[in-house]
Design a protein around this ligand. Structure first.
Ligand code: ZN
Ligand code: MN
Length: 127
């Protein structure tokens, strides 16, 4: 799919909801928000458009395996912390991205393009 994919009214509303929050919401949460603007939208339409938005690089899907997928309006690779108690997903303002890529390139013969790294434990409220 190309970057030229048409930005429908529905898709635009979903993107705006997602860019406007930092809670890394589920599709259900996004559905509740978008419904206020477009009352007849269906959950299926939300899912379909979230996948399209991820494919064209406007958003990022955070897959936590057993739990529901979470969605992020910031598509650039960044680190997250997931709380094991409240399941909150938080952005981490730590920037060792380049260091880690470089470390692996120095220690191995692989040409690194990027990496994924997940942190988990307990958020300040749940400690
Ligand atoms: Zn927590
Ligand atoms: Mn994030």
């Amino acid at each position: 799919m190309s970057k030229k994919t048409r930005m429908t009214k529905q898709r635009k509303a979903i993107l705006e909801v997602l860019k406007d929050t930092n809670i890394h919401p589920t599709a259900d949460w996004i559905y509740e928000q978008v419904k206020e603007e477009i009352p007849n939208i269906s959950l299926g339409t939300i899912y379909r458009n979230l996948n399209v938005l991820a494919e064209i690089g406007e958003i990022m899907i955070l897959d936590y395996g057993s739990t529901y997928s979470r969605f992020d309006g910031v598509p650039e690779n960044h680190y997250h912390f997931q709380c094991s108690e409240c399941e909150g997903v938080f952005d981490l303002d730590v920037s060792h991205k380049e260091d880690l890529n470089q470390l692996v390139e120095e220690k191995t013969e692989f040409a690194v393009e990027d990496h994924r790294l997940e942190f988990y434990g307990y958020c300040p409220n749940c400690q």
